[in-house]
Structure formats: structure tokens, C-alpha cells
Design a protein around this ligand. Structure first.
Ligand SMILES: [Fe+2]
Length: 254
């Protein structure tokens, strides 16, 4: 059994690294110059970003198949299920991709533009490279920790960071649930910014009450998966890769 002190040291190192990676993405030059970007160009960025959102479901399905522990699968399934909400009577509501489409329309993008703008070569490359993170380590001893760390950081923690940065401009036209009611309410960007967020350090997740997706996955990393220096190094490595891919995606717009 891993000593408590050793575990704390591992988590401290990972928490420190995560904070620095988050800072790295937040300080991407594109986010700095958002106020001066014209609206049409901003919409173009969001339309490219939508192609990455399509990958979320694929990645979640892929991780469910690749996971060996049922307890972790349950959490991943739960999060995936939220992508396709239903009423309490089981009637399907708008999926998160449909809500994204709706937010884009409310931001002024036309249906034609959203539907016909092609994916750029860079977006395609980033999308493919991101998917590879979840498969290329299949034969490695640390595959399980790698995919959970990657899923949490790439699909939740950094997504919330991206949307928090983009929200500064999105909020000129869309409101949060408690915001300016003269603007249409954001049904996608705002909620993902909130419910995906890292919100607490690894190891400090609340055991009761509503947790974010990042926190739900963090619990498995803390309790089951990060047990040695090697596990930690896998997390550091894959999280850095995920952050670099996000930065490279935004590089194409500057
Ligand atoms: Fe999420």
C-alpha cells in the first residue's frame, strides 16, 4: 500500500504541473488579442473548435472500451450520458452538439456557414493527434492511468479553460443563466465552462455534493490510478501533450 506521504507528494507535483499548463493555455496570444479580433473571424474560430467537440463522444466511447475497471467505466458512462440529456420521462432533449449549434446561431453564425465551412488542415491534424493519445499507448503498462488522465485533462479541464477564455468575447452576445436577459442564453459554452472545470486540486475533491466532470475523473486518478512515480510521470507527460495540442490548435488563428 502506498504511503500517504508519498501519495501526497505525487499529487502535489501533478497539481503544480496542472496549474502551470493551465496558465500556459490561458496566456496563449490568441486569447490576449480576442478583444481586437473581428466578429466574423471569431465565429470562424468557434466553427473550427466545433470539429474538436465532435470528437468528445468518440473519445468517451473509446475510453469506456479501453478501461478495465468497472468503477471507472461507470463514471465515464455517466459523463457520456449527459451529452444526450433526457427528460425525467425519458424523452430525448437537445444533445450537447445541438446546443453548440444553437449557441453558434445565436452568436450570429448562419446555418450555411456552420454547415459548409470545411475543417482546416490544422484542425484535422489536431483532432487526429488528440485521438491518438487514447490509443497509441495501448501496449504500455500504464495505459489505464494514461487514458483517464488524458480524458480528464483534454476533455474536461482544458475545455473549461478554453471556454472561460472564449467566454470573455462570447458573453458580448450571450448571457449566463443569471446574466443580462436581453441576450439569448448560452446553453453550451457557459455550462461546459462551469461543469467541466478543474475547480479543486487533485485529492481535494468534495466527497458529497455536486462535482464537476474534472473532479469526478480526478477521484479515480487519486484513489485508484496514481500509485507510483511512474504513474505520475505518465500523467505529467500526457497532460503536457494535451495542452500542447490545444495551443497548436489556437496557433492557426494568429
Ligand atoms: Fe464534461
Amino acid at each position: 500500500m502506498i504511503e500517504k506521504l508519498q501519495k501526497t507528494n505525487l499529487l502535489d507535483k501533478l497539481n503544480e504541473k496542472e496549474k502551470s499548463l493551465i496558465k500556459q493555455l490561458e496566456s496563449h496570444p490568441l486569447f490576449d488579442c480576442l478583444p481586437t479580433i473581428n466578429w466574423e473571424n471569431f465565429i470562424d474560430i468557434l466553427i473550427q473548435r466545433r470539429f474538436l467537440s465532435f470528437s468528445i463522444v468518440n473519445v468517451y466511447e473509446l475510453v469506456i472500451d479501453a478501461l478495465s475497471e468497472e468503477e471507472i467505466k461507470k463514471t465515464v458512462r455517466e459523463i457520456l450520458k449527459e451529452e444526450f440529456p433526457r427528460t425525467c420521462k425519458g424523452i430525448p432533449l437537445l444533445s450537447h452538439r445541438e446546443l453548440l449549434f444553437q449557441d453558434l446561431l445565436n452568436l450570429g453564425a448562419t446555418r450555411e456557414k456552420i454547415l459548409t465551412t470545411p475543417e482546416t488542415d490544422v484542425t484535422k491534424k489536431i483532432r487526429e493527434e488528440s485521438l491518438k493519445i487514447f490509443t497509441q499507448n495501448f501496449d504500455k503498462e500504464y495505459f489505464q492511468v494514461i487514458i483517464v488522465a488524458a480524458l480528464r485533462f483534454w476533455a474536461e479541464v482544458l475545455v473549461s479553460v478554453e471556454y472561460s477564455c472564449l467566454w470573455r468575447k462570447i458573453s458580448e452576445h450571450l448571457s449566463s443563466p443569471h446574466g443580462d436577459s436581453n441576450k439569448p442564453r448560452s446553453e453550451f459554452y457557459y455550462f461546459h465552462m462551469v461543469h467541466d472545470a478543474r475547480r479543486s486540486d487533485l485529492g481535494k475533491e468534495a466527497m458529497i455534493g455536486k462535482r464537476t466532470h474534472s473532479q469526478e475523473l480526478a477521484i479515480h486518478l487519486v484513489e485508484r490510478l496514481i500509485c507510483s512515480e511512474n504513474d505520475l510521470n505518465c500523467c505529467l507527460d500526457v497532460e503536457e501533450k494535451a495542452c500542447n495540442l490545444k495551443c497548436q490548435f489556437y496557433d492557426q488563428f494568429i
